[in-house]
Design a protein around this ligand. Sequence first.
Ligand SMILES: O=C(O)[C@@H](CO)OP(=O)(O)O
Ligand SMILES: [Mn+2]
Ligand SMILES: [Mn+2]
Length: 576
Amino acid sequence: MSPSNLNFELKGTKLTMERPHRWRLRHHPVCRRGKKVMIIILDGWGEQIPDDFNSINVAPTPTMDALKKTAPDRWRLVRAHGLSVGLPSDEDMGNSEVGHNALGAGRIFTQGAGLVDQALATGKLYEGAGFKYISSAFAQNTLHLMGLLSDGGVHSRLDQLLLLMKGCAERGAKRIRVHILLDGRDVAPGSAPKYIDILEKEFVDIRNMGCDACIASGGGRMAVTMDRYENDWGVVKIGWDAQVRGEAPHKFATAMEALKNLKEANPKLDDQYFPPFVIVGPDGNAEGPILDNDAVVSFNFRADRMVMAAKAFDLEEFDKFDRGVMPKIKYAGMLQYDADIELPKHYLVTPPLIEKTSGEYLVHNYVKSWACSETVKFGHVTFVWNGNRSGMFSSSLEKYVEIPSNKGIPFNDNPEMKAIAIAEKARDALLSGKFDHVRVNIANGDMVGHTGDFKATISACEAVDRAVKIMLDAVEEVKGIFLITADHGNAEDMVKRNAKTGEPILNSAGEPEVLTSHTCNPVPCIIGGPGLPKGVKFRTDLPNAGLANVAATFINFHGFEAPWDYEPTLIEYKED
Ligand SMILES: O=C(O)[C@@H](CO)OP(=O)(O)O
Ligand SMILES: [Mn+2]
Ligand SMILES: [Mn+2]
């Protein structure tokens, strides 16, 4: 990241001066103001060897294939994972939050995962006001920890949960109840028992420290609690009933028993879709309903899928579902999930402060923007794009359009999702002449890729390609410029691979093991359109460029030099 201050020396003394900040951007020497610019984010669309397990390769994608032929001048790859997007290491796959943050902000910020790691390693987490708030319940009441149980590193991490549990027990927690959400989306389907086993083993140590600890409830992340962008409050409600009231249709003595029985009853059940269950003691009573004066921490660091639950736990006024008798709890998030609305009021780790994003610059420079996606990705291209900021910068210069996602249909049953509807709306927005900047997220590659259903993901990719064609035709018509990229990989790889050979790993039945997660692959970045000045092409001196380099690039397309502290633009100008 570029330094935010000017450092200099005066008579041997080191001084730091804050750079004056200006919103007005300088004019670009080559790209003229006033061009219509279309930004297309293909969610979960990475680049990977074109074999039979790459659904993008198998799907008919004539539009995207034709664009690839413009490499290297107008088609290149950019990094979308690990350090390039502010994650702790290059072993970390990309995800929508860090990807859209980087795309919208044009800089790389240390993200929630790394901030929590640091706060735990330094012990700062235990010194903050958030921890003081929850720890006042430790001596007399129960501490509830609720969140995603895996080491996927997208929303949460198991090692952080274990450290937090231990840290709380060391600091006086007498009773801990963990409300687990099964993953199978950022990690292998069917891997939930592995994580439960690790957690149960940790409980032994915790109990030896004089703290009574066990799992209290559970369920799959897509069915219980972790809905987002208000797609389905029913998902949060069934989580609430299990976690707070100790009520669920399924009751078991242990989480392992829950998994075994529910899987036997429905062998096709994936971890992500497990129904809610409650753990009960020998007397049949729930092990850990949430009661008056208890402390509750949601240990996910990522915001989007915890905002709705945080509202239910934190807000006094709440009308999204009937919470029943609301216990008087002390609730904190691992992070604050929405700083603008101070949700939640208490949190253990301060989130990254992502300011001066491209959206705000465009508004200050009178560029009119229009952004759209369907519900399941709507916040990605608005809230996350704007640095996790609710609302718009200017209601007169911006318009955000949400297309309702299908409800109650598995994504693999309708792999087209709303791709064509989004594309048509974007086309109309561009042709209306009212907007200079039209930005969309097309969700299919990611949402269908996560189901692990190969055939459906192929259809998803085909739909994405058709949607791209509709939008590019509109760019052609208005003589505009387009930039297509993705936030991370997913659909391009549907199998687990041997890290050395790249060959698919086979399961005991001799079939390739399904990969439902994102990947560490780079993603394409493609520019073009009749409005792109002749001689503008990708520069070749940034081989390791990543998503954070994209904002400077499209700011250029709008006719401006990028802000001085943004990652460098991907383009250069060469006369033929
Ligand atoms: O569905 C999600 O929450 C994540 C995967 O955990 O996907 P994405 O980052 O693409 O939103
Ligand atoms: Mn994504
Ligand atoms: Mn995803």
